[in-house]
Ligand binder design. Sequence first.
Ligand code: NAD
Length: 497
Amino acid sequence: MIDIPHYINGARTLGETDRWGEIYNPALGTVVARVPMASRTDVERAVEAARSAFGTWSQTPLPARTRLLFRFREMLDQRRHELATIVTREHGKVLADAGGSIQRGLENVEYACGLGELLKGDYSAQIGQGIDSFSMRQPLGVCAGITPFNFPVMVPLWMFPLAIACGNTFVLKPSEKAPSAALFLAELLTAAGAPPGVLNVIHGDKIAVDSLLVDPRVSALSFVGSTPVAEYVYQTGSRHSKRVQALGGAKNHLVVLPDADLEQAADALVSAAYGSAGERCMAISVGVVVGDIADELVHRLREKISALTVGDGTADGTEMGPLISREHQKKVLGYVEQGLREGAHLVSDGRIASIAGDNNGFFVGPCLFDHAAPEMRIYREEIFGPVLILIRVASFAEAVTLVNGHEFGNGCALFTRDGDAAREFVRRVEVGMVGINVPLPVPMAFHSFGGWKRSLFGDTAMYGPEGVHFYTRLKTVTARWPTGIRAGVDLQFPTMK
Ligand code: NAD
C-alpha cells in the first residue's frame, strides 16, 4: 500500500492525523493507495510555511519568478506522460484524454511565463504641476486552492502557476480522491527551483477546507467543485474577509437548429457527453433539438453510441473509462432509474453496455434519454456521468428560454449554419462560456474561464487576465518631488491645477 504524503515547506510529511482516505483504481475497483486526511494542525503548518516564504518570494524579481515557471514548463512537458498515467490510474479517464487535460493545464503555465507583459502598470505624467501618478498590482500573500477530483492536473494548473508568478505563495488542497498528481506537481516545481514553502500541498476533506477558510493568514481562495460546496466556500471565506472565487457545477446545453450539419452535431454531442464518462464541468449533458430533426438526430446518436468502447483507460482502443467511485456509480445509476420513473425514453441503456476488461470497475455505459422535460430531475440536476438527455423544442426562442431558465450557466453550444441566429444566441444566452459549432468551449489560457449564475460565486473568472487580477491588488501612487512647485498650506480638497 502506497501512502501519498502532504508536501509542506519543501518536504514530504504524513502529518499528525490518524484519519486516512482510500484511493481507488476505478477501472479495477481496487484500493491502490492511502492518503492522510489533514488535521487542523497539519493545515496550519502548511499555511505557516507559505506565510514565511512570502516575504522573500514576493520580493524576488519578476524575471526570476517567471524563469522558474519557464523551467517548470519544460519539466512538465517532458514528464507529461508520467503525469497522465497517474491521472488515469486514480481518476479512470482514458490516457489520451488525461494527456489533453495536461496540455490545457500546461498552457496556463505558459501564460504565467509571460507575466512580465501582463503585470505592467499604468503611468500618467504631469497630472498636476510636477506631479506624476502610477499604479501597480502587488501580490496578496498566501493564496489557497481547493480542487475537484475530475481534473487532478489541469485545475491546479489554473491556479498556482499564476498565483506564484504574481509573487504569492500557495497552499493547494486537491481532491482526496485523486491526490497523487498534486504531489507530483509540487515536487516538480521544487526541482525547477521553487524555494521551500512557495507551493505546499495538503490532503484532506472538509476539516482541511474549513481550516483554510477561517485562517487569517490566508488572503485568497480559489475553489473548483460542486455548487453546494462552492457556495459554502464563497460565503464562509467572504465572511472571513478573504477574496474568493468559487466555481461550481453545471448542466451544459447544446442546441441544434434545423439547418445544422446533423452529422457534425451528432459527433459533437457524443464526444462532449461521454468524453471522460461525462465527468467534466464542461460536458454537454442536455441536447436541445429544435424543429423536426429530432428523430434523425436520435438515430445517428444511437448508432454512434453503440460503437463506443468502454473499458480501462490504459487499454488501447478504450474511448470511455469508469466513474470515480462505487458511490458515484450508484448515484448515476439512480438517476437513470429516476429518468425512467419520470417518463423519459431511454434510447441507449448504459446499464447493459458491455465493458472491455474488468467488470469490478465503477463503470456505467453511455445512456441517452429522449423526450425529457424541463421539470424532470434528470434535467434540473447535475448527474456528472455519461447520461445525455434530449429535450425537443419547437423554436429557437424556446431553446434560448430553456437554457436561460436553468440555474446553472457554465457552458453551452449552438450548432447551426445561420450566422444571424448564432449572433443572436451569443448575445441573449445567460451562460459564461459559449460555443458556436464547438461543443466544449473551454477558453484558452489567455482568456479566462468562468460560468454565470450558480456555476460561479465571486466576481472574477479563473486564469487568464481575470486570474492576474484575482491574484494581485491595486496600488496607485501620486508623486511629487521636492524640486516641484511648493504650493504652501491649502486646506481645500486636493484638485490638480
Ligand atoms: P466536490 O465539491 O465534492 O469537491 C471539491 C473539493 O471540495 C474537494 O477538494 C473536496 O475535498 C472539497 N469538499 C468536498 N465536500 C466539502 C465540504 N462539505 N466542505 C468543504 N470542502 C469540501 O466536487 P468533486 O466531486 O470533487 O468534483 C465534481 C464537481 O466539480 C462537479 O459538480 C463539477 O461540475 C464541478 N467542477 C466544476 C468546474 C468548473 O470549472 N466550474 C470544473 C471541474 C469540476
